[in-house]
Design a protein around this ligand. Structure first.
Ligand SMILES: *Cc1c(COP(=O)(O)O)cnc(C)c1O
Length: 360
């Protein structure tokens, strides 16, 4: 079963071109703007496997500086960046301890185990994405031939749009370090957490040995993630990236989109957060719809239509040009730079129209 909604209907008035859809399925759907494309066209390029692409180097340097770590490495995807990080932190027969709801455990096909021979120990994860220190401590193995060797704690921020408490993350990292484990942060939406808390990126990164950041979500580039860490770690990660087939050539075109995003698309994430809140607050007034108030923190909101409304609501919205989440029973909707303030009003009006019609 495809998880994606049907392709957009063809509108004869647009001569067969698909009509523009407002897409709330994810923030990965963002398209590069004209200005971002221009930056990509103008980027100086070189062969990055020869370490000769100045734009890639500039992007890596910029993120290393922002997070106050020694070095960084550009990857084609967040999945590959996370996998390379896990392969660096753990050898075959060693173990990563990770939240059971985290992407590195749940949505990356267990690549670390499949390709790296790394054992994964999932921990209970609260609705808001938190794991407990007691659970971490209980999961760290003693030196016993019956166990894998605990080597890494993998964290995530944001989790399902929820900002993780920085003091708690720091305490988890300290507990891991005290037992000789390293700490990796999957920061696919790291800057959503930065902007929401109005804290420095370096502060959020400080307890972590490595951080992976997606440029292709709310930051709006067509592709790319960056792994940040120590000089030694990143040198090793470059070898892992090569093994995984992620060494790319004139990839400065993509890195230029990343530099553009860091210049123009970080602060504006606050707009996405505001749009998310506006829609969720309006929908909370509809008696037929539950809105999750707890998981309403950054650029995601979760709604629970009555079971009988699930498919018809999705279909109505799609016919009116809005793609919403498909998940059941809680649908996820994600705001991003592809949705304007005016479209936020349209989205609210359409939800209201669906429910008004359903009452008559
Ligand atoms: C999207 C995402 C990733 C992986 O990114 P891809 O570029 O899609 O491989 C990792 N972690 C989290 C939390 C994500 O949302």
């Amino acid at each position: 079963m495809s998880q994606y909604a049907a392709s957009p209907k063809v509108d004869p008035n647009t001569q067969g071109l698909p009509k523009r859809m407002i897409d709330l399925r994810s923030d990965t759907v963002t398209q590069p703007t004209a200005a971002m494309k221009q930056a990509m066209i103008e980027a100086p390029l070189g062969d990055d496997v020869y370490e000769e692409d100045p734009t890639v180097k500039a992007l890596e340097q910029r993120l290393a500086n922002l997070l106050q770590k020694e070095a960084a490495l550009f990857f084609p995807s967040g999945t590959q960046s996370n996998l390379a990080a896990l392969l660096c932190h753990c050898q075959r027969g060693e173990e990563v301890i990770v939240g059971e709801k985290y992407h590195t455990f749940l949505h990356e096909a267990r690549g670390a185990s499949v390709l790296g021979g790394i054992a994964m120990h999932p921990l209970p994860t609260s609705k808001l994405g938190q794991i407990q220190i007691a659970d971490l401590l209980a999961a760290i193995k003693p030196d016993d031939i019956h166990d894998p060797i605990s080597k890494l704690l993998a964290l995530e921020n944001t989790v399902a749009g929820c900002v993780q408490d920085q003091a708690h993350l720091t305490a988890l990292a300290e507990a891991a370090h005290a037992h000789g484990l390293s700490v990796h942060l999957d920061g696919a939406r790291f800057f959503n957490a930065v902007v929401k808390q109005q804290r420095a990126a370096a502060e959020l990164a400080a307890p972590m040995d490595s951080v992976s950041i997606c440029l292709s979500k709310g930051l709006g580039t067509p592709a790319g993630s960056v792994l940040v860490g120590s000089e030694k770690f990143i040198r090793y990660a470059k070898r892992q990236r090569k093994i995984l087939g992620g060494g790319m050539r004139q990839t400065g075109m993509l890195a230029a989109a990343g530099l553009y995003a860091l210049d123009h698309n970080i602060e504006r994430l606050a707009e996405d957060h505001e749009h998310t809140r506006q829609i969720a607050e309006a929908l909370a007034e509809l008696p037929e719809l539950e809105v999750d108030q707890e998981r309403l923190q950054t650029n995601m909101f979760f709604i629970k239509p009555r079971p009988a409304d699930h498919a018809p609501l999705q279909q109505f919205m799609a016919e009116q040009g809005v793609r919403i989440g498909w998940q059941q029973p809680w649908m996820r909707c994600v705001l991003h730079l592809g949705v304007s303030a005016q479209e936020v009003e349209q989205i609210i009006a359409l939800f209201k129209r669906y429910y008004q019609a359903s009452r008559t």
